[in-house]
Design a protein around this ligand. Structure first.
Ligand code: TYD
Length: 142
């Protein structure tokens, strides 16, 4: 069983001049990339996310600064600190995510498997738990 926190290490391509990371769909990143977005200038004390996606796969990487991401699959809740431009966090579908503790310089780059689709979002935690169905509750009881 895979843990909720799945890191993707990016091969370092830097040399004596400095660092370089290349992200390629279906190679470095475990899906074809249809969308890229980034969060920056997040105000102090602001938390974001608080949703899950029905189908979307994502890899998030802090290219500058750091933040903390909480993942919840209805059975367990785990957290990860993103503070490296050479390591991304793979976030699967049907995983509730919350993002906290953005440093003022944080640039959180997100690679996504699908175009933006509001219908893919589950923004209510109770709805998320109910869409997971009895399976999640059954496994939680083990
Ligand atoms: P949202 O995903 O709700 O932000 P958070 O990171 O806090 O979960 O997105 C904020 C707004 O931006 C929302 O109105 C939807 C819009 N948006 C797009 O139009 N395209 C995108 O690719 C993303 C990620 C968001």
């Amino acid at each position: 069983m895979t843990g909720l926190v799945e890191w993707v290490d990016f091969p370092p391509l830097g040399d004596e001049r400095g660092s370089l990371v290349a992200l390629e769909g279906q190679k470095t990143v475990p899906f074809a990339i249809r969308r890229v977005y980034y969060l920056f200038g997040t105000k102090e004390g602001v938390s974001r996310g608080f949703h899950a996606h029905r189908n979307l796969l994502q890899v998030a990487v802090c290219v500058t600064g750091s933040c903390r991401i909480v993942l919840d699959d209805g059975r367990s809740r785990e957290e990860a600190v993103l503070d490296s431009p050479t390591r991304g966090l793979f976030i699967r579908n049907m995983v509730w995510r919350e993002m906290h503790d953005f440093t003022p310089d944080c640039v959180l780059l997100v690679l996504a498997s699908e175009h933006y689709d509001e219908a893919d979002y589950i923004r209510d935690y109770g709805q998320f738990r109910s869409e997971l169905g009895g399976d999640a509750y059954a496994q939680a009881r083990r």
